[in-house]
Design a protein around this ligand. Structure first.
Ligand code: AKG
Ligand code: FE2
Length: 282
């Protein structure tokens, strides 16, 4: 059974990048600031009670991927002030810079999604998150998205810790299925996070407990020239973001791309101006 490497924040960004290069995934202990974690968890527990489990989509594949006993919701910048502290964590963003900026002038949030796996949920099918952009999810391609699964509650094997196939981002055949012996689980205490690339195989684990819920926060970024999974600015309105830094606003889709002198191109404009200017917002 393989095992994921574990680092601490104090080991620095280089340690994360070294493990990602080999395994495509790495556990960071003590990732979340304890106070931010406490506030975010309280916000999410309060919101979770108002959400059903499973999807109402008229699509069996979507329902299966979602999980019948899994509660998912986004709009986290609207729902939790603490979330923005996680979204703009300089340590996480330094890792994202290294992985994504070789391929774009900037990146934005792909999604911030709560994934709460309830008792009796089956394991999700194993996939690569870059399959969202199928033409780019290929052995001879490059990373277009980077994710972290934060353990908001303890991730044990029984409660459905994420399953990962270390090294599968390097496979030369992306049609190949993982053998059971190649799969491990990201078992980690609350406050940790598992950073993983868009091209590593993984899935939600089965929750075999009778009464425990697994609170996971998936937070991912995608190249600025690709469509994110979450319609960020439709879920967090100007009043949610007006007081935030320009960086946070860009990550949430409230600013255009093109912050880099290397490129004249600007995407995601209003009247060909930056979003707040085009909309006369202050
Ligand atoms: O819940 C998890 O641990 C992972 C879920 C996942 O990979 C996904 O929904 O894309
Ligand atoms: Fe995934």
């Amino acid at each position: 059974m393989p095992r994921l490497q574990e680092v601490g924040r104090a080991d620095g960004v280089e340690a994360v990048l070294a493990a990602l290069a080999v395994d495509g995934a790495v556990i960071v202990r003590d990732f979340l600031d304890p106070e931010v974690h406490r506030r975010f968890r309280a916000d999410m527990e309060a919101h979770a009670s108002g959400h059903r489990s499973g999807s109402v989509a008229d699509n069996a594949m979507v329902q299966k991927f979602w999980g019948q006993r899994t509660t998912r919701f986004t709009r986290l910048a609207h729902r939790s002030a603490a979330f923005v502290g996680i979204l703009t964590d300089p340590y996480y963003l330094s890792v994202v810079d290294e992985v994504l900026l070789p391929h774009a002038s900037d990146y934005w949030m792909n999604t911030g999604q709560m994934m709460i796996i309830g008792p009796g949920e089956a394991a999700q099918w194993i996939h690569r998150d870059a399959e969202n952009w199928p033409a780019l999810c290929r052995p001879d391609g490059f990373e277009v998205t980077l994710s972290c699964m934060f353990a908001i509650s303890d991730f044990t094997a029984e409660v459905g810790a994420t399953r990962v196939v270390p090294g599968s981002h390097l496979w030369d055949d992306y049609r190949r299925k993982a053998e059971p012996s190649e799969i491990c689980q990201a078992v980690m205490p609350a406050g940790s996070g598992m950073i993983y690339t868009g091209r590593v195989l993984h899935s939600g684990g089965a929750n075999t407990t009778a009464d425990e819920f697994r609170y996971g926060l998936h937070l991912s970024y995608v190249l600025g020239w690709l469509t994110p999974e979450e319609a960020g600015p439709l879920g967090a309105d100007w009043n949610d973001v007006r007081h935030l830094s320009e960086r946070a606003q860009r990550l949430l889709g409230w600013r255009c791309s093109g912050s880099d002198d290397r490129y004249a191109a600007r995407l995601w404009t209003v009247d060909y101006e930056d979003v707040p200017i085009g909309l006369s917002l202050d």
